[in-house]
Write a protein that binds this ligand. Sequence first.
Ligand code: FAD
Ligand code: DLZ
Ligand code: SF4
Length: 510
Amino acid sequence: MDSTASAGGRILLVLGDQLSERLSVLASGDQSCDRVLMVEAREEGTYVPHHRKKIAFILSAMRHFRDRLRAAGWQVDYVSLDDPENTGTIIGEIGRALARHGLRQAAATRPGEWRLLSALQAANVSLLEDDRFLCSHATFDRWAEGRKQLRMEYFYRDMRRSTGLLMDDEVPAGGKWNFDHDNRKPPRGGLQTPAPTRFQPDQITTDVLALVDAWFPDHFGDLTPFWFAVTAADAEQSVADFIAQRLPQFGDYQDAMQRDTPFMFHAVIGLYLNVGLLDPLQVCRQVERAYADGKVAINAAEGFIRQVIGWREFVRGIYWRFMPEYIDRNALDHHRPLPDFYWHGKTDMACLADCIGQTKREAYAHHIQRLMVTGNFAMLAAVEPRQVHAWYLAVYADAYEWVEAPNTLGMSQFADGGVLASKPYAASGNYINRMSNYCRDCRYNVKQRTGPEACPFNFLYWDFLARHRDRLAVNPRVAQIYRSWDRFEADHQVEIRAQAAQFLDDLGNA
Ligand code: FAD
Ligand code: DLZ
Ligand code: SF4
């Protein structure tokens, strides 16, 4: 029992992304007098207009978890979305639950978002650490303290040492910390990719789908077909299938994109990790075992483990260290509205149409699609980072602010001015052409920089660099690109900038 427990019992709040039986607030509880509270809250579905499939996933996983808790002996108050008494907010429901049971204390595991953290603090809910992560806030702060720059690679090495993952005593397995260099194969010749395991909706999910359809009719995204796992057992099955079928090629094709191939060789487990259906260390140990058994090469195992114990933990550390001001950062002073086609996918740019189309269907895009297509375009088009952030938070089934915001504002928009990334991930159409087969079927010509057929990523890229020269040219990693710009004829530079200006004007009026 934790020190805040009272003789009369407490309300133990379990949020929709806290569906782990070893959650700290449950570990602190007493089944004989405490009551678990789970709430389907309209506000949580609408503070950004979440994808319909994402809402259905969370609510169905919550209902399955409720049943597990009850089977394990917990008394659970579960407030469904259509309960006429439901106030629609987590805080409102904590108040009602306290009154209903004549209790005075409520406790929760710290939520994954500043907004809810402040609300729970204001409501006097006692908060426990979320120890499902491998790096605590205190450990991250100790690591970050006094460093001029926070770079994932060094953080990751410490995480390898502290977890012992892929370590031969003090030495990294395979002799190197990072095999990223081997993980850049383009999808030449068309790749056959085994799809993630699809689960049939059971009665609970079927009921939730009808509820979400009725309650969120105007939200973005296709509700069906719905095939996500909604229990820990099924999520574990997904991991086993990924390791057997896609992990062997995960490393090689980690950055590759192929039209109509939404999942490539990716794990598609972020959504399960982030709600607690999977344990990150356990998944990494399974991947490590596949390497030890000779089933996958080091570049695949290391590439995967780096994402989970490196990037995932690193961005969380950044979020909590720099919030609340982080969310409003706009280092490049970008103010254009998010183009409408981000919500319907209708654009002649084949890469964007494919990435947004699959986002609408699946609530999923893999990392390079998020970073180098939708993210890259938004940055080149000078879209306001907060609007980009709200879009990413809404549309992906794995999106929660602690992980989404640093990826969007820091990695993809450079809005944090370089806290997370050493330079902007800006690229012309050339990168997309090298790493995908999108350009082949596009109405634009990726080889042209200006003119009616020119790929918009090309003139927008050079215009972006020209606009931000004062800020970016001082970075030695970017300076060399300006030498190419300086070699362009003055007329060509003017042409590029005029075409970019016209394109962005038209975008605003589309
Ligand atoms: P895989 O590619 O198979 O990777 C395995 C796991 O590694 C992922 O499930 C995830 O847990 C972890 N991982 C990989 N890259 C990252 C990363 N950069 N940061 C944190 N964890 C990572 N990830 C989210 O979980 N939620 C988000 O809201 C989110 N928003 C993003 C927004 C932008 C603009 C960008 C560029 C990236 C974002 N990511 C986010 C990171 C990454 O794109 C997703 O984690 C990944 O695509 C999830 O698919 P997967 O499970 O198939 O991952
Ligand atoms: C994202 C989400 C949604 C859509 N719905 C609920 C809900 O009805 N009840 C709930 O407890 N949690 C939900 N969530 C997850 C919360 O928004 C999440 O806990 C916070 O954003 C913190 O990460
Ligand atoms: Fe995208 Fe340009 Fe290639 Fe078209 S030509 S798919 S817009 S990168």
